[in-house]
Design a protein around this ligand. Structure first.
Ligand code: ADP
Ligand code: MG
Length: 633
């Protein structure tokens, strides 16, 4: 029932699993004793002797586990109910039923532990996709070395059709690479000099020389696998609730059976009959299937997600994903490609290239996508930006730099206006914004020098994803620091329900809080770094396109390795499925208890029947949970 660390890492064959193995041997022994005894080949004493061997053998693991747990936590768990039932059966001279109980209970336990361990180990298979050897380039040619010996800075060559041993940056060559093992996305990605590549991804037509950026043990794939394994060990809220419930429920079952034992002394009736009922009740009322309702489903779901490049950081997050009523998307870089391009350069004085030089000089050291677009356009037009003396980024507003002794600002018109200059070109600003463009003003000494407009392409999959969310009855909201007019233009194109524009980074947090109040559980989707505070505040923070960005992976509740909005739908669907499966299991196991407990109390069931129904239901719950592993996403 409990999953301690050592058991979780079992990777052997099913018959080698200690709990399962013992249970099956005990089962064989019990069957043999029963058959030989009833056919008259062995004496009843012999038969009982064989049962006496089978019981401790089959019960060894869970009985020991119970004793350890009882000593440590002083709790009455399911094991003590089963132990009491076994002892009770023996006292009542039903050794055969005791042996049957030990066999079936052990088998169900073993199967459950084995399944859980395998579910957790399945993500590890991903590691096998990275080749064990790499071709390092040395002065005198190349040499195959074990991949574990690669160090950061080494350069290795990957020929067409080969997989990459570890993460790196392309230093020579050009090819397309299938990144499915890491991102879950099988459409090949073009790679050329300077681009990041990941372990286990598959090189297609060209040869690539790659400079190692992470060792074999430390690469993105290895981190992903560890992360998923750690996540699978995190209990979901439902699981914690059931365990808490179990801590009160199991002792009550024990108490109830003790009460049954004394009934005949007050009300009369057969002592043996009531004692048998007490034993039957112990088994019938034990909440095995209930306890198994969620953990397998959650672990299998998280493993399934991981293999699709969706890192869900724990059972609680998987369940939250299933409850989402509204999804808030960041605009720049999330709904759009985040690679804006300059569309208009409108000088109010001087030439367009002068304006571009000034703006590019200021933005040269900025990491903001808008800034980089301006620098790129300047390079395309072969105008040489100057080195700005002193540069500062004004987060969510603009940038400032000193160029040729002049202080130049580039930024959002509203922000420039707040400085001391009167902005007189509002009609031009609005005209460009209505076309869905982002407008920046360039300000010199006390005057506006001109406008630069940028357009960011909408991600091709965005409309389909938003339509799918609507179909799932989920509200779609856009949060952005950009202006309302630009944001509205983009939102209209996409069919987004609600827009919150002109938000400063900290205002995005308040917006998320408000959405949560209005709709319930909210997922925030953004790029992990810029939007980290809002991601942290949302019910579930989903960071997108994080392959190679460790900080972003760490900060999010759910991280999408690929830059693909469709994975948001996968994550939400998986959460819904996980909740559905665990709800089915809970209802099923409660219904079963509702039938078995009265039958036990009325004395209408044998110990064997009770054991059979009880263990079968546990196995069914596990099997149902396991369906998550094969979910189509
Ligand atoms: P978003 O929420 O759309 O990702 P940000 O919060 O990053 O946007 O920025 C909000 C606005 O601030 C941008 O639309 C832009 O007008 C302005 N801005 C931010 N940084 C810069 C910069 N380095 N250069 C020019 N403008 C900037
Ligand atoms: Mg952004």
């Amino acid at each position: 029932m409990s999953h301690s660390e050592d058991k979780e890492l079992f990777e052997g064959k099913w018959y080698a699993h200690p709990v399962l193995r013992n249970a099956l041997i005990a089962g064989g022994l019990t069957g043999l004793a029963y058959a030989l005894g009833h056919l008259g080949f062995i004496s009843p004493v012999m038969e009982t002797a064989l049962y006496a061997v089978a019981v401790p053998l089959g019960g060894y693991h869970w009985m020991r586990e119970w004793i350890e747990e009882f000593i440590k936590e002083k709790e009455v768990g399911i094991e003590i109910l089963m132990l009491a039932a076994t002892i009770g059966s023996v006292i009542l001279r039903m050794a055969d039923e005791a042996a049957f109980l030990v066999f079936l209970y052990g088998t169900a336990e073993g199967l459950e532990e084995y399944t859980y361990a395998r579910t957790r180990a399945s993500i590890r298979k991903l590691l096998d996709l990275a080749p064990k050897e790499a071709r390092v380039l040395l002065d005198g040619g190349d040499k195959l070395i074990p991949a574990t010996e690669l160090v950061v800075g080494d350069v290795f060559r990957v020929k067409p059709g080969e997989s990459l041993a570890t993460d790196g940056v392309v230093v020579a060559g050009r090819s397309s690479v299938n990144e499915a093992p890491v991102t879950g996305e099988s459409v090949p990605v073009e790679k050329s000099e300077g681009m990041k590549v990941f372990a286990a991804t598959i090189n297609h037509e060209g040869s690539l020389d790659i400079r190692v950026t992470a060792t074999y043990e430390n690469n993105t794939l290895a981190k992903m696998v560890h992360l998923v394994e750690a996540a699978q060990a995190q209990k979901s809220k439902t699981q914690l609730f059931i365990e808490k419930f179990g801590r009160r429920y199991s002792p009550s079952v024990l108490l109830a059976s003790l009460v049954l034992l004394v009934v005949p002394f007050f009300l009369g009736g057969s002592v043996k009959g009531w004692a048998t009922r007490a034993v039957v009740l112990l088994v019938a009322a034990a909440p095995c299937a209930l306890v198994m309702s969620t953990p397998v489903a959650v672990a299998a779901g998280i493993g399934r997600a991981g293999r699709a490049g969706v890192l869900v950081k724990g059972g609680a997050h998987l369940e939250s994903l299933g409850k989402i009523r509204a999804v808030a998307f960041d605009k720049t870089g999330t709904l759009t490609l985040g690679k804006p391009a300059v569309s208009d350069v409108v000088p109010l004085q001087g030439s367009a290239s002068d304006l571009l030089i000034l703006a590019a000089s200021v933005e040269k050291f900025s990491e903001h996508p808008l800034a980089q677009a301006i620098v790129r356009r300047a390079a395309e037009m072969q105008v040489d930006p100057q080195e700005p003396l002193e540069f500062s980024a004004l987060v969510g507003a603009g940038a400032r730099g000193t160029v040729n002794g002049r202080t130049i600002y580039v930024g959002k018109p509203e922000f420039i206006q707040e400085l001391d200059v009167a902005v007189t070109c509002w009609s031009q600003v609005e005209g460009l914004r209505k076309e869905g463009k982002t407008v920046l003003l360039v300000r010199g000494d006390g005057e506006i020098l001109g406008l630069i407009a940028l357009r960011d392409e909408i991600r091709p999959e965005a409309p389909e994803v938003i339509a799918a969310l609507h179909q799932m009855k989920v509200k779609v909201v856009m949060l952005t620091g950009d202006s309302a007019i630009t944001a509205d233009a983009v939102a209209r194109e996409l069919g987004i329900d609600e827009v919150r524009a002109d938000l400063k980074p900290e205002e995005k947090i308040a917006a998320v809080e408000e959405l949560e109040k209005n709709y319930g559980a909210v997922a925030m989707v953004g790029d992990g770094i810029n939007d980290a505070p809002a991601l942290a505040r949302a019910t579930v923070g989903i960071a997108m396109g994080v392959a190679g960005a460790d900080a972003a992976i760490e900060a999010a509740d759910t991280a999408l390795m690929a830059d693909d909005l469709r994975k948001v739908i996968s994550a939400l669907n998986l959460g819904r499925r996980a909740r559905q499966v665990s709800r089915q299991n809970i209802v099923f196991s409660l219904l079963l208890l509702a039938v078995l407990i009265p039958l036990a109390l009325l004395g209408m069931m044998t110990v064997a029947a009770s054991v059979f129904f009880h263990e079968t239901s546990e196995i069914l719950a596990v099997a149902n949970g396991l369906r998550m592993a094969g979910t189509e996403i």
